[in-house]
Structure formats: structure tokens, C-alpha cells
Design a binder for this molecule. Structure first.
Ligand code: ZN
Length: 283
């Protein structure tokens, strides 16, 4: 017998997950969330609570496009069923700001969002996508469990460090549909979970006039039994739970100390490791 290779599966034994991450809480998010809901997809929205209600107009591609932010009172209803995450109180560049200013931007945004969610807010996207070692250290003691960069990987790998969560691609990426094909392609031999992570700003659909392209993408990606449609934090929580599994020396007994059931692929079969239980995987 060769070495057993244990590979994670997503909840329900699914082998793929799709998630979206959109920044800045602009009014175009209303239309975008409506599309997500129609296709039963899930997203994460990164909000600068200190900028809510502000108006601005930007000229792009010869078009004037609003970057108006939602009103604070609209936030709970617009994003219902999706995740709210941090983006800094006022979109300050946290890698350039002093530590004290960065700490304030994070904590104040967090407190404001938690007033809305009535639960701990644990996710973030870096304003301008910038970070450095000092900022990472600050996040580790600020209760932030993941933070998204803007460095597209073009791959479906899970992040090693959730504080450096690099997305698959921006929605405007010309590879978007080719990646979708590759992601949905049936696999001959399971080689680990695939995560398709799309990010952007919804005002970009107005700038490029390509709402229909996004709708086409969502339609293509929706309704697949083997895809887990999840917000960022659900994926982070699940993978972090799996990383806490305790193995016996033989690998036969696996203890799941977490509150989540975990699905593993063991040499051609799926084993469910129940929350809080030790499983004999040879049984
Ligand atoms: Zn932003």
C-alpha cells in the first residue's frame, strides 16, 4: 500500500468553491447584489464606513460615472445574506499610514460594521491593495482573520496565509471565461479543492459598459451541484477548521476539535469528520 494522500473537500464533499469580493460600497452594488441573488451566488463587500453617503463623479473612457457611496441606513438591507468586511474607515493607504492611524482605521471601521451585523466582523480587503510586514502584524492582533490583496494569481489555489489572500482574477480580466471553463471542467483524478475568487468594484461595470458580460459569467457559474457558493469568511473558517484536525501517528484516527464537520478525500473516497468527534477512517 502506498502513502495515503488526504485532500480537503468543501462542505458536502464538494470539490469547488466560488466567491466574490467587491470594494467601496458604491450604489452600483445594489444592481450587483441583485444579480448575485438571482443566480444564488454569494459575495463579500468591503466597506469604508467613514465614507458612506459621500458623492463623487469620475471620468473614465469618456464617460462620467458616479462613485456614490451607499447611505449607512441602506447597508443592512442591500447586503442582506452576504458578508460585510473591513476596508478601513476612510480608505487610507494602511501600508503608508503610521501604525496608530492604521490601527484606528481598522478598529473604527470594525466597530461601525459590527453595529450593523451584530456579530464580529473578521474579514478585510486592503485599501489600494497595499500591505507590509508592520500592517500584517497589526492585523494579527486586531481580530482580522483574512485580508484580500489585488494580486491576481490566475489559479484556483487556497491561500497559505489568509492575511495574504490573492484572488484568482479581477472581473475585467480577459481570461475570465477561459478560467471559468477550466474551473468547471470535470476532473479525472481529484487533486485538491479549487477556489475561484473574483474581485472588483461595481462602478467598473458602468465605466466599461459590461454588466451583461458579468451576468453571463454568473449564469455560467450558477446552479452547479459540485460548487460551494460561499462568502469569503465561510471559506476562511472552513479551511482554518480543517487545518486544526489532529492526526494519530498511524493516520487512522483523526480528531476534529472544531464546531464544523470537515470533508476529506482519502484515496478515492469521501470521509466526513464530524464536529468534535474522533473518526476511525478505516471503518
Ligand atoms: Zn477600495
Amino acid at each position: 500500500m502506498g502513502l495515503r494522500r488526504d485532500m480537503l473537500q468543501f462542505p458536502g464533499g464538494r470539490q469547488r468553491a466560488l466567491t466574490f469580493s467587491y470594494d467601496d460600497a458604491v450604489t452600483q452594488d445594489v444592481r450587483f447584489v441583485d444579480m448575485l441573488n438571482r443566480f444564488q451566488l454569494k459575495g463579500t463587500f468591503n466597506i469604508n464606513t467613514g465614507l458612506l453617503g459621500q458623492h463623487s463623479l469620475h471620468e473614465k473612457n469618456g464617460k462620467a460615472v458616479t462613485h456614490d457611496k451607499l447611505l449607512p441606513s441602506q447597508v443592512p438591507q442591500v447586503y442582506q445574506g452576504h458578508e460585510l468586511a473591513l476596508h478601513g474607515l476612510t480608505h487610507l493607504d494602511l501600508a503608508l499610514a503610521g501604525q496608530a492611524a492604521a490601527a484606528y482605521e481598522i478598529a473604527a471601521d470594525r466597530r461601525n460594521l459590527e453595529e450593523i451585523t451584530k456579530a464580529p466582523v473578521r474579514g478585510m480587503a486592503y485599501p489600494f491593495g497595499t500591505y507590509n510586514d508592520g500592517l500584517l502584524a497589526l492585523l494579527r492582533c486586531s481580530g482580522v482573520e483574512y485580508s484580500r490583496t489585488i494580486e491576481s494569481t490566475g489559479s484556483f489555489k487556497l491561500p497559505r496565509d489568509f492575511l495574504l489572500w490573492h484572488p484568482t482574477c479581477h472581473h475585467g480580466d480577459e481570461r475570465l471565461f477561459a478560467l471559468a471553463e477550466a474551473f468547471l471542467e470535470p476532473v479525472q483524478r481529484y487533486d485538491g479543492p479549487l477556489l475561484f475568487y473574483v474581485w472588483g468594484h461595481t462602478y467598473e461595470f458602468d465605466e466599461r459598459g459590461d454588466w451583461a458580460r458579468m451576468e453571463q459569467f454568473m449564469q455560467k457559474m450558477s446552479g452547479h451541484e459540485e460548487v460551494w457558493y460561499a462568502a469569503n469568511i465561510e471559506i476562511c473558517d472552513y479551511v482554518n477548521a480543517a487545518r486544526q484536525l489532529r492526526y494519530s501517528a498511524s493516520g487512522q484516527y483523526i480528531y476534529n476539535p472544531t464546531a464544523q464537520d470537515i470533508w476529506l478525500w482519502l484515496d478515492g473516497r469521501t470521509v466526513v469528520l464530524k464536529a468534535g468527534e474522533t473518526t476511525d477512517v478505516n471503518e
